[in-house]
Design a protein around this ligand. Sequence first.
Ligand code: NAD
Length: 427
Amino acid sequence: MNICIVGAGYVGLTTAAVLANIGHTVYCTDRDATKIDKLKRGIVPIFEPGLTEMIALNQAEGRLFFGANVRRHMMNCPVVMIAVGTPSAKNGSADMRFVRCVVKDLSLVIRSPKTIIMKSTVPPGTADWIDTLLQEYGVSPDMFELASNPEFLREGSAIEDTVHPDRIIIGAKKKETALMVKELYHAIETKFLLTGRMEAELIKYASNAFLATKISFINEISRVCDVFNADITEVARGIGMDDRIGPKFLHAGLGYGGSCFPKDVNALNYSASSKEVELELLEAVMKINRSQLEIYMNKLNHKLGKNRDHVRIAVWGATFKENTDDIRYSQAIAFMKKLTKQGYEVYAYDPLVSPPIPSVVWCSDKYKAVVQADALVIATGWPELIEADWNRVKQLMKRNIVLDGRNCLDKKTMEAYGFELAGVGRP
Ligand code: NAD
């Protein structure tokens, strides 16, 4: 099957690579001509384990192509998958301008029947809205079918998640449309749920909202652990042993970030309130996430004392989580900004990124960042940071305070090295 994927970002590129790998001919297009030019030359503009290799293999075997002429590629393919961004608008709703632009482009090139598949995360009602929009742009309704097929991959393990997904959700009005979309994934063994379009759109939002809720829940429990001198990592382990709950997304820390959870929780909240439904639980989830950084900051301030003059903090990790180069809504970066605002000198290191942040000094090496530091903050749980040479770190630092913002360090081991480990819910 010839498939056009619009949007060569984390979702578009991964989907393109995997669909080509299972035998489809895939044309991946993006309005960013520089990005496409790089991709044509084998340079993958994002970091995602295994992606570069899979793209190269499928380009070489003539199943994966890149092009910046969005309309031409859409015109030539019977299946068009939309994977453009749906960022947060100022009012918290999903900003649909990129989707609208794709729909407009599509309307200009639909000359033969097309199946349009929405992979981007979009508010409930989007498929109906696109139906109406295409007809307003003059496209006859018998020239297209629209399916909602939300994506659940996680950055850092995107290829693995796409090859072995927990489930594939397909929302369509007609059964034959759903079955046609299902057939695209013929080589992928998983559970399929064929459902309505509105339901599919809501499944994606509700899934992310639930996971964000789990994180805020455990962060709230960590506050209780803190005042009762209990270890949140032990408490989380015990909770997670219950099959009904499970161990995932029960890691207390600086809070959730990234390009999905904050915007999707906000957008779901906005969609509900537009229909006069108040989401009290999700309001609390967002509030807990916002205040989490403040709680960590108080911990650090308490350890360091009142004098901020020439107090030097090393921050390890800037991406929103390990194994990605994505810094969108990163709590690590939000924490760095808070530190500089409070008057601390910040020396930062991340294995992949060094975005410009006023007053933050980026170091090319994790050990350089800790030289003469009064405290070290672990803001992202990169394996290379957890497995650092802690003896060396101890010798390079001025003082011995380590604030573990991801609860990824073993307390006893760190104490054996002579560190004072600080965190929320780590007695
Ligand atoms: P991204 O920002 O990495 O990529 C989006 C791409 O779309 C960009 O390269 C951009 O240039 C391109 N684009 C924008 N408008 C275009 C247009 N009119 N024509 C052609 N190309 C256009 O985004 P992403 O992280 O891949 O996310 C895409 C969607 O998938 C979002 O709705 C997101 O919420 C959802 N999603 C993301 C993830 C994730 O982990 N990143 C996981 C699941 C779902």
